[in-house]
Design a protein around this ligand. Structure first.
Ligand code: GCO
Ligand code: MG
Length: 416
């Protein structure tokens, strides 16, 4: 063994993990955060939020991970990742990979603080000046959605996701009356919603025809199908949307079976984005290697942290696929902060989703990243630049919430 006592970024003793805690808080919505502390007093934060299944990750961390962290060298980020992944025997899955991500991000945060460097610098430095983001516009009909897209453009956004209510359905994915924020996990037990494919396939091309007519060709437009179409229906929608030059069509069909994407590719050149529900490189592999998608959405919190998502991004780069990280409000500011640093570095960056958190959430998680001219800026403070105000967090106790479910009009269970 080499003597590591005199390493410039603190001695082995300074870096020893002496405490780790899970903090659950609900400033408007639930967030799970892991805080790791070293003997020298440097601490790091990792997001562990898995929407609707928060306490499963909290228990995984508290019962099975934290006892293994105490006494470890916080500088051994890779070895800790391998220990938690290989050492668990039961690999992968959203709960495990979210827990691993929380540890990983907290350790990168500690490393940054010990080195006095922002996270993007640790990863290899800046590849771009700004991080392009897209915001979420929605409305009860085409008219209202187009007005909302206009409001986003007026706020400086250069890329906007557009979702509009489906005629005849009481509730549509992505449509909200709240400005900026969309919060699907609304009730203690899942809200029952109804899904109908035919009216959806009619309204979406009409929406984008109108958006191009109202807002021109320059703004980037995106749309999320949220896993609801069969492969051939998705192919038809992707083809029907071609005249409106989407930046991407997201989760057009469930991606457990990558072969479904062959059908979409065969019929259309609309760019495709997939991966927010993936949690490891093995979920992404076939879609990337067969070049069936254009953007990979697997992000830090659900994809095993920076250490693992970096490998996914590298595999994507080999196949001409760019990153387009998930950034809904159920991913905490800790994930967004880490993601903006990653986006600043990653060579094959595409875009970053940005749904603004509520003022309450921002107050609990003071952060360095800022939005300007349609882009996010990471800030220059050491680590990922996101803090947790624990006193304020304690004022917002956990409140059980689950995501909705969807059924077809005849009662058949469907993908929400
Ligand atoms: C998106 C996502 C979200 C998810 C949410 C689930 O593209 O932003 O699809 O809206 O539904 O993150 O918790
Ligand atoms: Mg999505």
């Amino acid at each position: 063994m080499v003597n590591v006592e005199s390493e410039p970024h603190g001695s082995r003793r300074d870096r020893e993990i002496v405490a780790a805690r899970v903090i659950v808080t609900s400033p408007g919505r639930n967030f799970v955060t892991l805080k790791i502390e070293t003997r020298s007093g440097v601490s790091g934060l990792g997001d562990a939020t898995l929407n609707g299944r928060e306490l499963a990750v909290a228990a995984y961390l508290e019962q099975h991970v934290i006892p293994n962290l105490i006494g470890r060298d916080a500088g051994r980020i890779e070895d800790t990742w391998q220990f938690l992944y290989r050492g668990a025997y039961w690999r992968r899955g959203p709960v495990t990979m979210t827990a691993i991500a929380a540890v990983d991000v907290a350790l990168w945060d500690i490393l940054g603080k010990m080195a006095g460097l922002p996270l993007y610098q640790l990863l290899g430095g800046r590849s771009r000046d700004v991080v392009l983001v897209y915001g979420h516009a929605s409305g009860r009909d085409i008219e209202e959605t187009s007005a909302e897209v206009g409001r986003f453009i007026a706020q400086g956004y250069r890329a906007v996701r557009a979702q509009c209510a489906v005629p005849g359905l009481a509730k549509s994915y992505g449509v909200t009356r709240m400005k900026n924020a969309y919060e699907p996990a609304e009730s203690e037990l899942p809200l029952q919603t109804v899904w109908s494919t035919a009216p959806y396939l009619e309204v979406v091309p009409r929406l984008f025809e109108r958006l191009r007519a109202d807002h021109g060709r320059e703004v980037e437009l995106l749309h999320d199908v949220h896993h609801r179409l069969t492969p051939i229906e998705a192919a038809r929608l992707a083809r029907d949307l071609e005249p409106y030059r989407l930046f991407w069509l997201e989760d057009a069909t469930p991606a457990e079976n990558p072969d479904g994407f062959e059908h979409i590719r065969r019929h259309s050149v609309t760019p495709l984005a997939v991966g927010e529900v993936f949690n490891s490189i093995w979920d992404c592999r076939a879609l990337l290697e067969r070049q069936l998608i254009d953007y990979i959405r697997t992000t830090i919190v659900h994809g095993g942290g920076i250490t693992h998502v970096r490998r996914i991004a590298d595999l994507a780069a080999l196949h001409g696929v760019r990153t387009g990280f998930h950034g809904a409000t159920d991913l905490s500011p800790v994930t967004l902060g880490a993601a903006v640093h990653f986006d600043t570095w990653v060579p094959n960056f595409g875009i970053q989703e940005y749904m603004r958190h509520s003022e309450q959430t921002d107050a609990v998680f003071p952060h360095d990243y800022t939005f300007r001219d349609g882009c996010l800026h990471s800030g220059e403070s050491a680590g990922h630049g996101v803090q947790l105000d624990e006193k304020l967090a304690a004022r917002f106790p956990y409140s059980p919430k689950q995501l909705p479910v969807a059924r077809l009009p005849d009662g058949t269970m469907w993908d929400w």
